[in-house]
Design a protein around this ligand. Structure first.
Ligand SMILES: Nc1ncnc2c1ncn2[C@@H]1O[C@H](COP(=O)(O)OP(=O)(O)OP(=O)(O)O)[C@@H](O)[C@H]1O
Ligand SMILES: Cc1ncc(COP(=O)(O)O)c(N)n1
Length: 267
């Protein structure tokens, strides 16, 4: 029997299931990779915002990583919420030597506007972790923090993607246009070429967890051996479908639908 592709997410939680670890594991499952998870922070949040956060100790994060790595090899991994420098140092210490693709979702602020990562940690993320990433997936505000640029146009997005690769040594940068007007256009710069991924903008406020779902889908496809270009192309189709079939549940910005591809069966 061929061995099942395995993917690991290192991120914070969302008890309402739309973002963070929960969104990542649902996405891995839907895309047929075996999902594993290391929890960095327990976050009391819902579709309206963040109510409380408890960060794990760096020793607990190291131990979780070792527990996984001593037992089950994986073919790709992603990071989401890494709240502070000790957490980032623990991740760096355990994973810097690994030779599998690393997808960095540089989570900083939630859709609802709550800050998840300390100011000083942003520098560590850029200087230490970014060079390890096969691809980093900033939205516009995150790309502005990573580059120091103001991003208003598609040309600015392309320039930011190039700067992230050349100045900070990331393998590739996918700058996402969810926060722009018009079509939902993302740019992937891989060190040589800028690829453009375009989808229709869906009129909805249910975008809680779109960034998590997208980066998890890229991670799942990479675990299955797809090239980065194909992983992003397939993940873009998946996240667009997940937004199109998103749920109007909760009192705020509802979650995307991780089993979008099976919705027909339930209608
Ligand atoms: N309304 C929409 N319709 C179609 N695609 C969208 C929409 N909003 C975002 N996207 C797409 O979803 C993906 C996630 O992008 P976005 O820029 O929203 O990331 P994010 O800000 O990290 O996510 P979040 O909004 O969950 O924080 C991108 O491919 C983006 O183009
Ligand atoms: C634990 C955790 N990680 C990431 C996000 C960002 O998700 P989004 O900006 O898509 O709401 C979140 N809300 N919670």
């Amino acid at each position: 029997m061929p061995s099942i592709p395995k993917a690991l997410t290192i991120a914070g939680t969302d008890p309402t299931g739309g973002a963070g670890i929960q969104a990542d594991l649902k996405t891995f499952q839907e895309l047929k990779s075996y999902g594993m998870s290391v929890i960095t922070s327990v976050v009391a949040q819902n579709t309206t915002g963040v109510q409380d956060v408890q960060n794990m100790s760096s020793s607990m994060i190291k131990q979780q990583l070792e527990s996984v790595m001593d037992d089950i090899p994986f073919q790709s991994f992603k990071t989401g919420m890494l709240a502070n420098v000790p957490i980032m140092e623990a991740v760096y210490a355990e994973l810097a030597q690994l030779d599998v693709p690393y997808v960095m979702d540089p989570v900083m602020v939630t859709t609802s506007g709550d800050t998840l990562v300390s100011e000083e940690a942003r520098d560590y993320l850029r200087e230490a972790l970014l060079p390890l990433a096969a691809v980093v997936t900033p939205n516009i505000p995150e790309a502005e923090v990573l580059t120091g640029m103001t991003i208003q146009t598609a040309d600015d997005m392309k320039q930011a993607s190039q700067q992230i690769v050349h100045k900070y040594n990331a393998g590739a940068a996918l700058v996402k246009g969810g926060h722009m007007q018009g079509k939902a256009v993302d740019f992937l710069y891989d060190g040589q070429t800028i690829h453009t991924f375009t989808a229709e903008r869906i009129e909805t406020s249910n975008t809680h967890g779109t960034g998590c779902t997208y980066s998890a889908a890229i991670t799942a496809y990479l675990s299955q051996g797809y090239t980065l270009y194909d992983a992003v192309r397939l993940a873009k189709a998946f996240v667009t479908s997940a937004i199109r079939h998103s749920f109007s549940i909760g009192h705020g910005s509802g979650p995307t639908n991780h089993w979008a591809s099976r919705m027909e069966e339930f209608n």
